[in-house]
Design a protein. Structure first.
Lengths: 398, 326
């Protein structure tokens, strides 16, 4: 402020002044790290003038667990336990790019059946993640009921994931060159390998039907609500250009009208065999981001139904050495995670573990747009916009 | 002539009525929420969980009453009492039956509206004295809300007063009995809707719970409160909900009387009838609370100033014309 006076420029004058020019000082509001709506421990240092935000500075690192560094002292098979804790809402989907990057270095490929099962579980993780978003977003806007319904629906998906992998959140199911034989499927001798639990196909079909029902219910319960519409429509608009400039990805990018989905570009998951739409938004506002995710759940359910119908038979593992040593080299693989583009950059010096592992997480890149987006918004809109970006702090800080 | 013992008895009856109202509405809200959210809700404290508010009260008494270091201690400590007293004051004029009423003031409606706005002062001081930015914003939001919503509330009631030609609440109910139909069905339907919306804002319930706004302001003006003082706010909130529903049923739904019942027995069935109407209105509020998101502060102001106030003025105009014509 002193600087302004010295330089002779006009000091900031509040809009509230009528006839007297009242000089107001912005209040610094610390939102987080302990706050109900920051999805964990994100801290936003906001300068507010009443309810209006003049600037926001996100402060990261409260959730930093050093997974990239930890990976350097782990062997490759041990790292899957770490990486599925990065974005814990969709644990399974995190394992895929790391495993794919390693497989690429080793120049091996998982058998078709393993790929199919990976794909099914990835899509299930996507549905589970979007359920959490749907519930939590309504909660942030102020509706308290949808989260209970969403959690109940998500539980069915988690049950399915558990029946295959043995874990609800952290499956640790991928192996280099394939997948682990399923939990509860009997002794895994060479002759008697059962991969999927009994009744899995039927359970999945039932669950997907429930998902479609839940999507419709959510569309009516939340999207049909006028208050929800006026709170989200036209709020926090990310234009196409802005989205591309800031490198946001996933549903946020698609809500801005960019039809970019890495699923169609992967070769390690057989997405090209299935027929699905990529929902995109028009305005890039909070409502569109919410709606795109809702529609993606529908598409994921469609993919899963097709995948279990066309499940190939065959082994679950390719031949890999007992002690996995990755040849010298580098590889980068990116996939479409529920939250956006997730990439793993693996540098191998030829040892048991990677020399360096760099994780490109979607949430970290997505929240980089927050300061631009929040400038000049109102405090309730801050919550609405922040919620619509659907980040997980573990994914931001690693 | 009012002597001391009569005042005590009246106060005791009102206290019992008010506290029971708060307990009933707590049960209604919590059980209603669990019903809407497909979960069992409280189950373990007696009678399938239906007496859990008692356990809750005991729990709050056991908790430490924390006064943070930097708060304005005296104001901080007295704010809950202020809110409770102003809510409690509303019960004085609500007639449970023609004779069972704390005090049948001639200016009952006026008193009611004056007292109902006082609780916001308690909320504002609570927010201000807490020395917490979230509390402060909550308090200021509550004040803004008061200014926006007191007006439609008053204007909606003015229609009723014009039609009933009296400000006494007993008089208004008697007028409805005389007329044969409650006011909501005989000309004041719009006023009833405006009243309920404004009353919801007054109670600071969803979709108008910005002063508390859990996902935005942590807990708004309640953030720094704990233990007994939080309990007092909590009880005052449900008492306020109860009494405003009771007032709405008195003003618009015929109060303690329903058509076809003999008026000479009104002292017997009056309390039951009023309670039933109040609980039904409360149930609507519960449905609204658990299905609506929250408005934004400026959207609330828009709704109040651009929709509700013009509509209530229109209602007054129509009521006056009808009064003159018929």
């Amino acid at each position: 402020m002193d600087e302004n006076l010295n330089s002779g420029s006009i000091p900031y004058v509040s809009e509230a002044s009528v006839s007297v020019e009242i000089e107001t000082e912005d209040m610094t509001l610390n939102i987080g790290p302990q706050h109900p709506s920051t999805h964990g421990v994100l801290r936003l240092v906001a300068k507010v003038d009443g309810e209006k935000i003049s600037s926001v500075e996100p402060v990261l690192g409260y959730m930093h667990r050093g997974y990239e560094k930890l990976a350097e002292v782990r062997t490759y098979p041990q790292i899957t336990t770490l990486v599925n804790r990065i974005d814990w809402v969709s644990g399974f989907a995190n394992e895929i790019p790391f495993i794919a990057a390693t497989e690429k270095l080793m120049e091996i490929e998982a058998p078709e059946r393993a790929k199919h099962i990976r794909l099914i579980l990835t899509e299930m993780a996507r549905i589970a993640s979007h359920f959490v978003f749907n519930g939590a977003y309504a909660l942030e806007i102020g509706a308290l009921t949808p989260i209970f319904l969403a959690m109940e629906d998500r539980e069915r998906i988690l049950d399915l994931i558990e029946s295959v992998t043995g874990g609800r959140f952290h499956p640790n199911f991928n192996r280099i060159g394939g997948i682990k034989p399923a939990a509860g499927s009997g002794p895994t001798t060479k002759k008697n390998i059962q991969d999927l639990p009994a009744g899995f196909y039927q359970d999945t079909r039932d669950a997907m039907e429930k998902v479609l029902e839940a999507v419709e219910r959510m569309e009516n319960l939340v999207g049909g609500n006028e208050v929800f519409k006026i709170r989200t429509k036209g709020v926090g608009i990310i234009s196409k250009e802005l989205a591309e400039e800031y490198g946001v990805s996933g549903p946020i990018l698609r809500a801005s009208g960019v039809k970019f989905d890495l699923r169609s570009q992967t070769d390690f998951l057989p997405y090209d065999k299935f027929d699905y739409d990529i929902p995109i938004g028009e305005n890039g506002d909070c409502y569109d981001r919410w709606y795109v995710r809702l529609m993606e759940m529908k598409e994921s359910a469609k993919i899963i139904l097709q995948a279990i119908d066309s499940m190939p038979s065959g082994p679950l593992q390719t031949k890999v050495p007992k002690v996995i040593k990755v040849p010298k080299g580098q590889s980068y693989v990116r996939t479409e995670n529920p939250k956006g583009e997730m990439g793993y950059y693996v540098i191998s010096e030829g040892g048991l573990g990677p020399y360096r592992l760099k994780v490109r997480t979607p949430s970290f890149s997505n929240i980089s747009i927050l300061p631009v987006l929040l400038e000049g918004q109102l405090l309730p809109d801050l919550i609405a916009i922040m919620g619509s970006l659907d980040f997980v702090l573990g994914d931001v800080d690693r | 002539m009012i002597d001391g013992s009569q005042v005590l008895v009246t106060a005791g009856i009102i206290l019992a009525f008010a506290l029971n109202g708060a307990v009933i509405f707590t049960i209604l809200d919590v059980k209603g929420a669990s019903w809407m959210q497909r979960r069992p809700g409280p189950l373990h404290v007696g009678l399938r969980g239906f007496i859990f508010p008692l356990a809750e009260i005991i729990k709050f008494f056991q908790k430490e009453d924390i006064t943070p270091t930097n708060v304005d201690s005296a104001v901080f400590k007295w704010a809950p009492a202020y809110v409770l007293a102003s809510v409690f004051g509303l019960f004085v004029v609500v007639p449970i039956s023609p004779t069972l009423v704390g005090s049948d003031l001639d200016l009952g409606v006026f008193y009611l509206l004056a007292i109902s706005s006082l609780s916001t002062l308690g909320v504002l001081t609570a927010g201000w004295s807490s020395a917490n930015k979230y509390s402060l914003m909550g308090g200021i939001r509550a004040a803004g809300q008061l200014i926006a919503y007191e007006l439609p509330l008053i204007l909606a009631v003015v229609g009723v007063v014009i039609q009933a030609e009296t400000m006494s609440l007993v008089g208004i109910v008697e007028k409805q009995i005389e007329f044969g139909l409650p006011f909501v069905l005989s000309g004041q339907g719009l006023a009833f809707l405006i009243f309920m919306v404004a009353a919801t804002a007054e109670m600071m319930r969803v979709p108008f719970d910005m002063p508390i706004g859990e996902s935005e302001l942590v807990s708004g003006f309640l953030t720094e409160y704990s233990g007994v003082r939080f309990l007092i706010f909590y009880i005052a909130e449900y008492m306020n909900m109860f009494v405003l529903c009771a007032v709405a049923s008195t003003l618009f739904l015929g109060g303690y009387h329903v058509p076809l019942l003999p008026t000479e027995w009104v002292n017997f069935y009056g309390p039951v009838v009023l309670l039933t109407k109040t609980v039904l209105l409360g149930f609507i509020l519960v449905l609204v609370r658990w299905s609506f998101p929250r408005f934004r502060e400026d959207q609330l102001q828009n709704l109040a100033w651009k929709v509700l106030i013009p509509l209530s003025l229109l209602n007054i105009l129509i009521t006056s014309i009808m009064k003159v014509v018929f």
